[in-house]
Design a protein around this ligand. Structure first.
Ligand SMILES: [Zn+2]
Length: 213
C-alpha cells in the first residue's frame, strides 16, 4: 500500500481533532440561540454499512463509503448520507459548524447537489381554532458519525448532522419527504400529550380559568 493511502483521516481535520469536542461545545455556547446541545457519538465499521453510505468527494464524485475508505488517497469529502434510512434525516457535513449552518439554511455545500434545510421555526395547527401557530426551536442533539476501516492503519471519515430539536411544545426529529418537486423539510414532533395553542386561544383559556377561580 502506498504511504499516502495509509494516512488516517484525522490528519485532514487537524482543527477538529486538536480542539476536541468540549472546546467546540464551549465555542457554540457563546452564541445564545445555539446555547447547549448534546453530541451523540456513533461509530460504524465500513464493513457493517452494507453499501448504504454514499459519499460526495471534494471533486464532486459520488462513491460508497467502502470504496472511499479502502481505495481513495484523499479522504476529504463535501458530505455523505445514509441511503434508504427508515426516517430520512439530514446529510452529514464534514464539520459541526457546517452541520449547523446547513441545517438552518445559513450556508450550503458547494457540490452541485440539492440540500434540504429546516430553518429555525416550525408551524402546526392550533388544537382549538386550527389557525397556524409558528414557533421557534433550537438544536437539542447532534449526531457525530465515524465510519472506519481498520486495516493496516485506521482510516476513517467523520460526519456531523442535527438529529434532534426542541421547542416549547416538545422534542422533534428533523426529517424530509420526497415529491417530484424535491425534498421537503419536516419536523416529526413528539407532542402527543400537549396541546398546541395560538396566542388568542391561550389568552381565552387563561381568562376562562381566571373566571372559574
Ligand atoms: Zn387557536
Amino acid at each position: 500500500m502506498e504511504h499516502s493511502s495509509c494516512i488516517s483521516a484525522g490528519h485532514f481535520w487537524p482543527g477538529i481533532y486538536k480542539m476536541g469536542i468540549l472546546d467546540l461545545l464551549s465555542k457554540f455556547k457563546s452564541k445564545k440561540e445555539e446555547a447547549s446541545f448534546e453530541i451523540d457519538n456513533c461509530r460504524f465499521s465500513v464493513d457493517d454499512c452494507n453499501n448504504r453510505i454514499t459519499v460526495i468527494m471534494r471533486d464532486g464524485t459520488r462513491n460508497n463509503a467502502a470504496e472511499v475508505l479502502k481505495n481513495a488517497n484523499d479522504l476529504r469529502f463535501i458530505r455523505f448520507f445514509i441511503c434508504e434510512e427508515e426516517l430520512r434525516k439530514p446529510q452529514f457535513a464534514p464539520s459541526l459548524e457546517e452541520a449547523i449552518d446547513w441545517f438552518f439554511g445559513k450556508s450550503y455545500p458547494n457540490d452541485g447537489y440539492r440540500l434540504t434545510s429546516w430553518g429555525k421555526s416550525s408551524k402546526m395547527k392550533c388544537t382549538f381554532c386550527e389557525s397556524m401557530v409558528i414557533f421557534p426551536f433550537h438544536i437539542k442533539k447532534i449526531e457525530r458519525l465515524t465510519i472506519y476501516w481498520q486495516h493496516i492503519d485506521l482510516r476513517e471519515i467523520v460526519g456531523w448532522r442535527v438529529s434532534e430539536v426542541e421547542s416549547e411544545f416538545g422534542n422533534g426529529i428533523p426529517t424530509k419527504y420526497f415529491t417530484i418537486r424535491g425534498d421537503h423539510p419536516v419536523i416529526k414532533w413528539d407532542i402527543l400529550r400537549k396541546k398546541i395553542l395560538c396566542t388568542r386561544c391561550a389568552k381565552q383559556l387563561e381568562e376562562n380559568d381566571d373566571r372559574q377561580n
